[in-house]
Write a protein that binds this ligand. Structure first.
Ligand code: GAR
Length: 188
């Protein structure tokens, strides 16, 4: 069975959605490692509760991105990781990881890329006053949310929406879309 590592920096609701999909049998892979760059992230508690191994690191303790990515690569090798799944990992992937995992790193982003890349995509969409935003799952390249799109879902923006209400609807879509896209990729 393919081994997957999830990279996350915060709450980890997408991490949880993947764990739940695996438990229900709709996603057939092993989530063998969580990589996290924030020792205070709630996703660490989720991993602990689910008995999933964790590699936590503090980027400030390293001189370069390449030096912490080399350490991540060692962890990935120990766990025989095939796929890297970014789920709210708020950091660009550098050439060290990309060169080893090219075509096997995917990300989820809360907008219809190429609209609203980068931070606070939901706030950006509200600010722009568009009627529709959404969710994108895409391959990761060296750019900021620029890799080839794998799948997208639209989410309408209501006139009554706050950032909170829109984020809730977007995340509900993410939690369905991400496991489904991964299941499809793993079937190929
Ligand atoms: C998700 O909405 C994800 O799309 C977004 O961070 C959130 C993480 O939530 N990612 C990005 O904005 C990447 N550019 P979670 O920690 O609850 O899964």
């Amino acid at each position: 069975m393919k081994q997957m590592a999830v990279f996350a920096s915060g709450n980890g609701s997408n991490f949880q959605a993947l764990v739940d999909a695996i438990k229900s049998g709709s996603l057939q892979t092993e989530l063998s490692l969580l990589v996290c760059d924030n020792k205070n992230a709630f996703v660490l508690e989720r991993a602990l509760a689910e008995n999933i191994k964790v590699f936590v690191f503090d980027p400030k303790q390293y001189e370069t991105k390449s030096s912490f990515e080399k350490e991540i690569l060692r962890e990935l090798a120990i766990h025989d990781i095939d796929w890297i799944v970014l789920a709210g990992y708020m950091r660009l992937i550098g050439p060290t990881l990309l060169s080893k995992y090219s075509g096997r790193i995917i990300n989820i982003h809360p907008s219809l890329l190429p609209s609203f890349p980068g931070k606070d995509a939901i706030g950006q969409a509200l600010q722009a006053g568009v009627g529709t935003t959404g969710v994108t799952v895409h391959y990761v390249d060296e750019g900021m949310d620029t890799g080839t799109v794998i799948s997208q879902r639209e989410v309408p923006i209501l006139s009554t929406d706050s950032k909170d209400s829109l984020q809730k609807r977007i995340q509900a879509v993410e939690h369905e879309l991400y496991p489904a896209v991964l299941a499809e990729l793993l079937r190929k």
